[in-house]
Write a new protein. Structure first.
Length: 106
């Protein structure tokens, strides 16, 4: 039902709906990191990469020769992978994760 309503309103008021969509997509909600997520992130090697107008926080845990690259979804942060990161390290994988623009510590 929401998709249909959005479609109808987009056809009737295209610029208003485009502005609303843009605002929603460029204003992520900030999710607070939990204690166990911070503990895992604190064990990483941190690096900051410049991307356009953003400073992207990258985390690296070195273990084995094989590496897992974790990518979170919209409005999340690398800390949500804390349980997976610990598991991959136990399995001797190195892990790389990052906080997307305006998320986590980016």
């Amino acid at each position: 039902m929401k998709k249909q309503l959005f479609g109808i309103l987009s056809n009737l008021f295209p610029s208003i709906m485009a502005n609303l969509a843009y605002k929603a997509l460029t204003s992520p909600q900030i999710k607070k990191l939990r204690a166990h997520e911070l503990e895992v992130l604190d064990q990483s090697i941190r690096e900051t990469l410049a991307f356009k107008d953003f400073q992207i926080q990258v985390y690296h845990w070195k273990a084995g020769a094989d590496t897992v690259f974790l990518i979170h979804g919209w409005e999340w942060h690398a800390g949500i992978f804390s349980v997976l990161i610990v598991l991959f390290l136990v399995l001797n994988f190195s892990v790389i994760a990052f906080d997307g623009p305006s998320l986590g510590f980016s």
